[in-house]
Design a protein around this ligand. Sequence first.
Ligand SMILES: O=C(O)C(=O)C[C@]1(C(=O)O)C=C[C@@H](O)C=C1
Length: 358
Amino acid sequence: MSDNDKLKPHRDAIDEIDATVLDLLNRRAGHARAIGELKGTGVVYRPEREAAVLQRIQDLNRGPLPNEAVARLFREVMSECLAVERPLTITYLGPAGTFTQQAAIKHFGHAAHTLPCATIDECFRLVEARQADYVVAPVENSTEGSVGRSLDLLVSSPLKACGEVVLRIHHHLLRKLPEKDGIRTVYAHAQALAQCHEWLNKNLPEQVARISVSSNAEAARLAAEDSHAAAIASQAAAERYGLIKLAANIEDEPNNTTRFLVLGHQGTDPTGRDKTSLIVSAPNKAGAVHGLLQPFSAHGVSMTKLESRPSRAGLWDYVFFIDIEGHADDAKIQAALQDLSAQAAFMKLIGSYPLAVL
Ligand SMILES: O=C(O)C(=O)C[C@]1(C(=O)O)C=C[C@@H](O)C=C1
């Protein structure tokens, strides 16, 4: 029997299965359309339901596809179903090809329309003015620390957090030509240069100039225009500007991740696997900071993040960005927040949202 003869029964089976999968996908989309009609002009995106769908799919999965793969596939299926209800517009700090765009697509799937903005302020403003549906904003990087502008905007913006995205950051050396010889300049965002410092020292000659630019996508754009240049940038930027990957994953710290918040106008219902973000500031008196933390331990609430930043209101005042496990509707969190509001000079709930599933 020839190889083709051996393949045929499997390919026939795949053809039959594909027809069934297609039919089922369209039936699913039909239900999404009906749900969209019931929602009317209300909010179509339901993060708590999406998290539950993705979690359930992974619990049901018996392989051979890995859980991560089935979750990614169903992420795209839901993205297309949501677009049948109403397509979403998501703002992010541009240009196209940045890690923030990658985070937006990871969270909302490819059917969402991602809209690049020149500043994080503009991303927030468009959503506040309801000219876009959600903003995806970077809040912290595992090696570089917090993103100050995003945190400052969280203090003043009326938007609520309804999701989080955790993105593994991989940097690649990209070029128009398929070899390292003849590179005179490497363009990259300052953070990427810092995160790949050791690799650059070991792998590129000393005389190659390292030039920092406004984003990794801009670095890729410049490298696409100059055959003596290379860029350190993401896979998405490589694809967008048609560059060849000369070296993959060149970051010095292999667990380099960035965390983003998804913000819009809606709150979310509890899923049982949630996180709550809030901002507080302490009154200017001895022991005040201890007083801010005490309600969480008293009510058995786990804190996953505590970050301080100088407040813009007063010279020596600090605001604290706190993440806790659980939803603001949970009884013990309600009790902790009630105690906290009695202690804090200022308190603002940024929102409760499902833990990132993907
Ligand atoms: O269950 C809903 O509310 C839907 O709109 C359906 C659906 C889905 O495709 O499963 C689509 C979008 C929502 O964000 C959540 C889930």
